[in-house]
Design a protein around this ligand. Structure first.
Ligand code: EPU
Length: 337
């Protein structure tokens, strides 16, 4: 076990925040996780499991052990007349996994192209984009129960997936290290172009026949045009969730602000948080070393040397002004450490 001390996490979080970990460790297998759990020097330390670090804001140094999940491998487990069951190591990059699926003609994840982060993090926050959520292709996952020190299989209903939510963000928070995720992908694609901009983009690309590969390319183009590349400008994608409000509350706000951008969701309405933030005048604003992205107000950015507290403070101010103007509570989507 290669245990490092006082380790900089700057390159391991897409916000590019310069925090450090008291201890740092990479795990490449279930056996590595077992060894870590048996190690007397560190097994009582506070723990943080890190995937791609793309949904995280460090506001201070981490006074414990940061375990980077590097468990790799992509394997076709079985297939039947309709589906492929593909198991991927939690430490695989999500987009790498998506590309592997496109190349093998496994359908279902094309709309989720270019999302930063790892396979193991995908079920934790039930990643979603362009009309599709990870839960639609999730089959089961293997995890190591950190207290019981044994491997368990967790099925879809036990994960309690919701919008950017699962049991791993609530009751099971910190309970497991995810080792691998098995996805149930389709042989016959259900091409989902419900998100308007996908069709527009494919037209621009001159696509004659829609396929999972053309959808993937269109999604990549749209993301690149709207969302900053974390390698160029530190960020963690959407900083807030799109808030869900009652139909009654929606009518009241719509009356005052007829241009309100919202989507029906079950019996409620989901508001475009980016629109709310933009209306409060935040879009493109620089505040010290941090700011609100010029093309997508839902994304907070690090202009170089921001510390996590600065970003956190800015997010608090944005939440206050949205509350004041629209009487809507925004909720942070990123995990604040
Ligand atoms: N809008 C504005 N101003 C802005 C941003 C958005 O007015 O600055 C309005 C526009 O009218 C736009 C609408 O909001 O049509 C929706 O914007 P967009 O299509 O960019 O999507 P979003 O709702 O802001 C969500 C996800 C993204 C995902 C996209 C596409 C959340 C929190 N975010 O953003 O996910 O890529 O939809 O499906 O649900 C992420 O989670 O990190 C992420 C990037």
């Amino acid at each position: 076990m290669n245990l490092l001390e006082n380790y900089s996490l700057k390159k391991l979080n897409t916000f590019g925040i310069d925090a450090s970990a008291k201890y740092f460790l990479e795990v490449n297998s279930v056996a590595d996780v077992q060894a870590f759990l048996e190690d007397k020097k560190i097994n009582t330390e506070l723990r943080l499991i890190l995937g791609g670090g793309s949904n995280m804001l460090f506001t201070k140094n981490f006074d414990g052990v940061v375990v980077k999940n590097c468990i790799k491998g992509i394997e076709l487990l079985k297939e039947d007349s309709e589906n492929y069951y593909v198991k991927a190591g939690a430490g695989e990059s999500w987009h790498g996994f998506v590309m592997n699926c496109i190349n093998n003609n496994y359908a279902g994840v094309e709309n989720l192209s270019l999302i930063p982060g790892s396979v193991g993090a995908a079920p934790i926050q039930n990643i979603g984009a362009y009309g599709v959520e990870q839960k639609e292709v999730f089959f089961e996952l293997e995890a190591i129960d950190l207290k019981e020190k044994k491997s368990v299989t967790i099925n879809k209903s036990d994960c309690q997936f919701g919008y950017r939510d699962s049991i791993f963000k609530r009751e099971a928070k910190g309970k497991y290290i995810i080792a691998s995720v098995t996805f149930k992908l389709f042989k016959k694609p259900k091409l989902n172009t419900s998100y308007g901009a996908i069709n527009q983009e494919m037209e621009k690309m001159g696509v004659k026949e829609i396929s999972i590969a053309t959808i993937s390319q269109a999604v990549c183009n749209i993301r690149k045009s709207k969302l900053p590349n974390p390698e160029v400008l530190g960020n963690a994608g959407s900083f807030f969730k799109n808030p869900t409000i009652s139909a009654e509350q929606f009518q009241a706000i719509k009356k005052k602000f007829p241009d309100l951008v919202a989507y029906p969701s079950d019996v409620n309405f989901k508001l475009a948080a980016g629109w709310l933030i933009e209306q409060c005048g935040w879009k493109g604003k620089h505040v010290g070393n941090t700011g609100v992205h010029k093309d997508q107000a839902l994304v907070l950015v690090n202009y170089g040397n921001a510390n996590g507290s600065e970003v956190f403070e800015l997010s608090g101010k944005i939440m206050e002004s949205v509350k004041e103007k629209f009487n809507v509570e925004l909720e942070r989507e990123v995990v604040v450490v």
